[in-house]
Write a protein that binds this ligand. Structure first.
Ligand SMILES: C=C(O[C@@H]1C=C(C(=O)O)C=C[C@H]1O)C(=O)O
Length: 276
């Protein structure tokens, strides 16, 4: 018997529609929780076998990964939990740093795209806590939801909405990936885990009130607020979302943030087939 697959899970409430109904199956997989930047590193280093990762992590290391079909964390317009906050309007920002959150890789890359191509500002991104007099602070996940609820920021920009203003397309913040050697060595188990994730997602998305109730229990805030939040998110990776992802990768390549825009290679289509 081989070891169970090690599955990464984002430690934010954004993941509940996929994970709330994922029954623990210790013989097949064990779950490890972390913030996206930590999961990215752990999958890259082989400490995880399958994980939700920042979409930019796939762009940086596509040769090491296969995407799991029909899974992603996406929005077509406002996302609700990836937000740039400031006390000042953008015309006072020139040359000043923007603080990047430690949990993120994709949203930091997206901020660079929007600064350069939508807002046309020369603000460098600085790691959290290291920016002197930051013009703005980027937050993702639970901390973005909490900052938005705090009411302490005079100005805020929803990054999903801003991306759609630039491109007219939806944005893919996160994808699920399997390490290629694991897909090669254990295709039946990966296919079984993929099936579990899809079934759990279908059940979770069909019961968003239960997800919203759990989010409210975990973070405080009204169930109705979380219900509105979950309706902004999509967990599928359909054609328009893949188009948005391709456009994002093209921007990153043009800006020199990645060497070239990778092809989207999927488990089952571009790699090991389900063993039957
Ligand atoms: C929608 C979100 O997208 C996230 C943003 C990520 C990133 O910036 O790297 C990674 C995974 C997602 O959790 C969120 O954090 O709420």
């Amino acid at each position: 018997m081989s070891q169970p697959l090690r599955l990464g899970r984002i430690d934010f409430v954004n993941i509940l529609p996929v994970h709330l109904r994922l029954a623990a199956t210790p013989a097949l997989f064990i779950e490890a929780r972390g913030v996206p930047s930590a999961l990215n590193r752990q999958l890259r280093q082989g400490l995880l076998d399958v994980s939700v990762i920042s979409s930019v992590e796939y762009a940086l290391h596509a040769d090491d990964y296969l995407l799991l079909p029909d899974l992603g964390i996406c929005s077509d317009g406002p996302v609700g939990s990836v937000t740039l906050f400031s006390r000042q309007p953008m015309d006072l920002w020139a040359g000043r740093p923007v603080e990047a959150p430690f949990e993120s890789d994709t949203s930091v890359a997206l901020a660079r795209v929007l600064l350069a191509h939508l807002w046309r500002l020369d603000c460098p991104l600085a790691p959290e806590g290291q920016a002197l007099d930051p013009a703005a602070t980027l937050r993702i996940g639970d901390r973005a939801l909490q900052e938005a609820a705090s009411g302490r920021w005079a100005h805020s920009w929803d990054m999903g909405q801003q991306w759609r203003e630039l491109t007219g397309l939806p944005f893919v913040f996160a994808v699920w990936a399997v390490r290629r050697p694991v897909a090669q060595a254990r295709p039946a188990e990966v296919a079984a885990l993929h099936g579990r994730l899809l079934a759990a997602k279908a059940a979770g998305v069909a019961d968003l009130p239960a997800c919203a109730a759990e989010a409210s229990r975990l973070l405080g805030g009204s169930v109705e607020g979380y219900l509105r939040y979950y309706k902004l998110l999509s967990y599928d990776l359909g054609p328009r979302f893949r188009q948005g992802l391709g456009r994002f990768f093209a921007f990153l390549a043009a800006m020199g943030q990645i060497e070239r825009a990778p092809r989207l290679c999927f488990f089952g289509a571009d790699g090991p087939q389900t063993a039957t």
